[in-house]
Design a protein around this ligand. Structure first.
Ligand code: THU
Length: 165
């Protein structure tokens, strides 16, 4: 029997090491967390997508009392990007999240961000992959307070993905 392994290339850096354009995208993702509607999880996620024309489209998670009806920040942003710029490639997506659940209530807002990057769920990877397959590579920037990870593509986060039928 043959064995093989799949490797994922990840770059790790601080926000200061990003280009100015990528710092702007991360800042937009962090700002988008303010537009999260997360009364149930209290976990506020923001996503910002850099479009091929350099505009930035943002989204935040939107929850619902019927829990599965809610949607993640990444799909909110990607669906909004596709709906507002149909057919346009998405070059990069940045993601950031914070919670003040179980934390002192008097900290500066920035302190509530996750120390380590959070990573998109499987459903969001699948949704983003479709746009990547159709319109071209989407770099993924996952921003935490302490570390930022950069993945070269959505596909690199979703090996053996389902792409067609
Ligand atoms: N969530 C996102 O928006 N993106 C992720 O990558 C992970 C989870 C949301 C879904 C839900 O509103 C809350 O975070 C807690 O899971």
């Amino acid at each position: 029997m043959k064995e093989f392994s799949i490797t994922t290339l990840v770059k790790e850096c601080t926000v200061d090491e990003l280009t100015a354009a990528d710092r702007e995208l991360v800042a937009a993702a962090r700002e988008a967390t303010r537009r999260s509607y997360a009364p149930y999880s209290k976990f506020h996620v923001g996503a910002a997508i850099r479009m091929a024309d350099d505009t930035i489209v943002t989204g935040a998670n939107q929850e619902n009392a019927a829990y599965p009806s809610g949607i993640c920040a990444e799909r909110t942003a990607a669906f909004y990007a596709s709906a507002s710029h149909p057919g346009m490639a998405m070059k990069k997506i940045a993601i950031a999240a914070w919670t003040n659940h179980d934390k002192p209530s008097d900290l500066p807002w920035e302190e509530y961000f996750q120390a380590m990057p959070i990573s998109p769920c499987g459903a969001c990877r699948q949704a983003l992959l479709e746009y990547e397959t159709k319109y071209g590579n989407i770099e993924v920037i996952l921003n935490g307070k302490d570390k930022t990870y950069i993945f070269p593509s959505v596909g690199s986060l979703l090996p053996f993905s389902f792409t067609e039928f």
